[in-house]
Design a protein around this ligand. Structure first.
Ligand code: FAD
Ligand code: EPU
Length: 340
C-alpha cells in the first residue's frame, strides 16, 4: 500500500525537510513484486531508504520511496568453527551485532553502534576501528529495479572496497537488497590495531581483550566522539578519507610534516577530518556547521534544508582543494530535487 506526500524529515538522521511524492514501508520481502509492478505501471522512479543515516535528501523526492523494514534472522548452518546467518535487510545493524555477540558469533564487535540497517551495510561496505563488513559477507540477495528480477551476488561479485562496492558502481540504485548471508567465526580473534582503539585499551589496562571488551570499548569511543543524531542531526563522516599516490603524498608531507596518515592497500590514507580542521572549520559558527568534537561530521541542529548542507559541503571541498590540492569525495548519497 502506498501513501502520498509523506514527510521524510523523521526518516533521515540529518533531519532535512523532504517530501516523498509516494511512499511505502516494506515489512515483508513478499510485498516487493506488487509494489514494483505498481511503480512500473505508473512510471514512478524508485528510491530505496533504510534508516536514512547516510543520505542527503532534497526537498522533494519524485516517484516512490521504499523504506525497507523487513525483519528476520535465520541461522542456516551452525558449525563447530563458523555460523552462517541470513538476515533480512530491515533489521537494525547494531541490534544484529549485539545479537551475534550474545550467542558467541564473533567478528562484528568493531562495527558496534554504526547506525542504519543490515541491508545498507554492504552498500558502502561499512567499516570502523580496523574492520569492514565485506569480509563477513557470503552473499547478498537482491531484487533488481525496476523489473523485480531476483539476483544473488557472492562476496566477489560485491567488489567491496573502502566505502565502496558494486552497489555504488554498476548496480548503483539498481539492486534492492532483500537479505544478507553472513559467515561469522565462533572462535574470537579480536582486532585491536586501530590507533584510537589500541590507545583506549592501553589506557584502560585491558590486555588481550575479549570480543565483549572490544565491543564495549568501541561503543565508549564512539559515544564520546560522534554526535548522537537524535540530539545533533548528522550522517556520520560527511566525506571519505582521501587515498593519495606516492608523489602527491610526499609533496604534502614536506609542506605539512605533522600531517597524520595511515597506510592503506590503495596508497596513503589521510584523515579528511584533519584537512577540514586545518582549514579552520571547527571555529566557524552557523546553523549548519562541523561538529566541535569531529571535523568530518556536519551537524544540522536546526533542521535546515539540504541546500544549506550542500553549501557548507561545497565550501569545505573548495577550501581543502585550495589549501591541499585534494578533492574530497562525499560519503552520503544524494536523492531528490534540491531547490536553490
Ligand atoms: P540509508 O541512509 O537509508 O541509505 C544509504 C544508502 O544505501 C542509500 O544509497 C540507499 O538507497 C541504500 N540502501 C539502504 N538500504 C538499502 C537496501 N535494502 N537495498 C539497496 N539499497 C539500500 N558508516 C560506516 O561505514 N562506518 C561508521 O563508523 C559510520 N558511523 C556513522 C555514525 C553516525 C553517527 C552516522 C549518522 C552514520 C554513520 N555511518 C557510518 C554511516 C551509516 O551508518 C552507514 O552508511 C549505514 O550503513 C547506513 O544505513 P541506513 O540503513 O541508514 O541507510
Ligand atoms: N582528526 C582531526 N580532527 C578531528 C577528528 C579527527 O584531526 O576533529 C584526525 C586525528 O588525527 C584522528 C584521525 O583524524 O586520529 C582519525 O579520526 P577517527 O579515528 O575519528 O577516524 P576518521 O578517519 O575520522 C573513520 C571513518 C568513520 C569510522 C572511524 C573509525 C571514514 C570516512 N570515516 O573516521 O566512519 O567510524 O574511522 O574507524 O572513513 C562514517 O563513515 O560515517 C564514519 C563515522
Amino acid at each position: 500500500m502506498t501513501r502520498d506526500h509523506v514527510d521524510l524529515l523523521p526518516l533521515n538522521t540529518l533531519r532535512v525537510p523532504a517530501m516523498a511524492e509516494h511512499f511505502a514501508e516494506v515489512t515483508m520481502a513478499s510485498q516487493l513484486p506488487g509494489l514494483l509492478a505498481h511503480a512500473r505501471a505508473n512510471h514512478w522512479p524508485l528510491t530505496v531508504l533504510g534508516e536514512g543515516s547516510n543520505v542527503v535528501l532534497g526537498d522533494f523526492l519524485p516517484g516512490l520511496v521504499l523504506a525497507i523494514r523487513s525483519k528476520g534472522i535465520t541461522v542456516l548452518d551452525d558449525g563447530d568453527t563458523h555460523v552462517r546467518i541470513q538476515v533480512a535487510a530491515g533489521e537494525n545493524w547494531h541490534m544484529f551485532v549485539r545479537w551475534c555477540l550474545q550467542r558467541g558469533y564473533f567478528g562484528l564487535e568493531n562495527l558496534a553502534l554504526i547506525p542504519g540497517s543490515v541491508g545498507a551495510a554492504p552498500i558502502q561496505n561499512i567499516g570502523a576501528y580496523g574492520v569492514e563488513v565485506g569480509r563477513f559477507v557470503e552473499s547478498v540477495q537482491c531484487r533488481l529495479l525496476p523489473s523485480g528480477e531476483q539476483r544473488e551476488l557472492n562476496r566477489e561479485d560485491c567488489a567491496f572496497g573502502y566505502r565502496d562496492s558494486v552497489f555504488k558502481r554498476e548496480l548503483s540504485d539498481v539492486a534492492l537488497i532483500v537479505s544478507v548471508i553472513f559467515v561469522l567465526p565462533k572462535i574470537p580473534r579480536p582486532v585491536t590495531t586501530y590507533p584510537s582503539l589500541a590507545n583506549y585499551l592501553e589506557a584502560h589496562e585491558i590486555a588481550g581483550p575479549t570480543a565483549q571488551q572490544v565491543f564495549d570499548a568501541v561503543v565508549d569511543i564512539r559515544s564520546n566522539r560522534l554526535p548522537d543524531p537524535e540530539a545533533l542531526p548528522n550522517v556520520g563522516s560527511f566525506f571519505k578519507n582521501p587515498v593519495l599516490g606516492e608523489e602527491q603524498f610526499q609533496g604534502l608531507l614536506e609542506r605539512f610534516p605533522a600531517m597524520p596518515h595511515y597506510e592503506d592497500p590503495a596508497g596513503h590514507k589521510l584523515p579528511a577530518a584533519w584537512l577540514i580542521e586545518q582549514c579552520g572549520f571547527k571555529q566557524r559558527g552557523g546553523a549548519v556547521r562541523v561538529h566541535a568534537e569531529h571535523a568530518l561530521v556536519i551537524i544540522n541542529p536546526e533542521q535546515r534544508p539540504a541546500r544549506e548542507i550542500s553549501a557548507l559541503a561545497r565550501e569545505i571541498t573548495d577550501e581543502v582543494r585550495a589549501r591541499f590540492g585534494i578533492l574530497l569525495e562525499p560519503e552520503p548519497r544524494r536523492y531528490g530535487i534540491f531547490e536553490q
